[in-house]
Design a protein around this ligand. Structure first.
Ligand code: ADP
Ligand code: ADP
Length: 229
């Protein structure tokens, strides 16, 4: 687990006459183990902010720290984060086990450690009985859980969720939301979750960051945010 500091964070896409500043001076201190939802309308900069934390987008002003380390110039792999995307792609020819183990194998982890990490993730996600199946033999919800399993086995300091529920139907969305809450309750990993859906934000957030037009308008618990006039 780790804290996250956003210090006067800015993002400008392009240069010169074509420059477009889309994030303006965002400051926030996120505590170890907190579940933070970044919410706001389409185009307000949520995804850009998350991608800067992930290292998928260059930070053009200010700084971002994960724990004590300023990460501005670090590669994604050096940031100790795992990201859960909207479109999860599982390897169709690999079993559930191998889908979860693959990244660790590539990283050269010992077999016993891989086994232990995959089994632990499978237990949390209730995938234990499905480890030998192929993705095509799973329901949509089970596939989504395998995708989360891939993030969990990395044992990151931080989870980053980029609208992971928005392509799901209502029932699966509710179910996956519960999975994410359970995951956070069990592992307590600092989490940043991006959504444009206010109900989703209120349900999941310990605190929420409300973005509008590239600026952070509010930060607080759902009660604090919605109590304001
Ligand atoms: P949100 O996630 O809230 O929908 P984004 O972070 O995707 O918002 O986008 C914020 C702004 O940055 C938008 O105006 C968008 O058009 C612009 N933008 C996003 N990605 C790029 C890019 N790769 N190049 C240029 N502009 C971009
Ligand atoms: P894959 O299993 O997709 O081939 P790997 O685990 O081999 O990916 O990782 C390739 C690089 O991509 C790693 O160095 C890692 O930092 C990054 N990466 C992979 N999955 C994630 C994720 N869920 N979140 C963040 N970074 C990731």
């Amino acid at each position: 687990m780790a804290s996250i500091s956003l210090r006067a964070v800015e993002k400008t896409y392009g240069r010169g006459a074509g420059a477009n500043k889309v994030i303006h001076g965002v400051n926030a201190e996120i505590t170890d183990g907190e579940f933070i939802v970044i919410v706001g309308p389409s185009g307000c900069g949520k995804s850009t902010l998350l991608r800067m934390v992930a290292g998928l987008e260059e930070i053009t002003g200010g700084e971002i720290a994960i724990g004590p380390r300023v990460v501005n110039t670090l590669e994604p792999a050096e940031r100790d984060i795992a990201m859960v995307f909207q479109n999860y792609a599982l390897y169709p020819h690999m079993s559930v086990y191998d889908n979860m183990a693959y990244g660790l194998k590539i990283a050269g982890k010992p077999k016993a450690e891989i086994e232990q990490r995959v089994q632990k993730a499978a237990k949390i996600l209730e995938l234990g009985a499905l480890l030998d199946r192929k993705p095509r033999q799973l329901s949509g919800g089970q596939r989504q859980r395998v995708a989360m399993g891939r993030a969990i086995v990395r044992q990151p300091q931080v989870f980053l969720f980029d609208e992971p529920l928005s392509n799901l139907d209502a029932k699966l969305r509710a179910q996956t939301r519960l999975e994410i809450q359970k995951l956070h309750a069990e592992l307590g990993v600092t989490s940043l979750f991006v959504t444009h859906d206010q109900v989703e934000a209120m349900t999941l957030a310990q605190r929420m960051i409300v973005m509008n037009g590239g600026r952070m308008e509010q930060i607080g618990t759902p009660e604090e945010v919605y109590a304001r006039p």
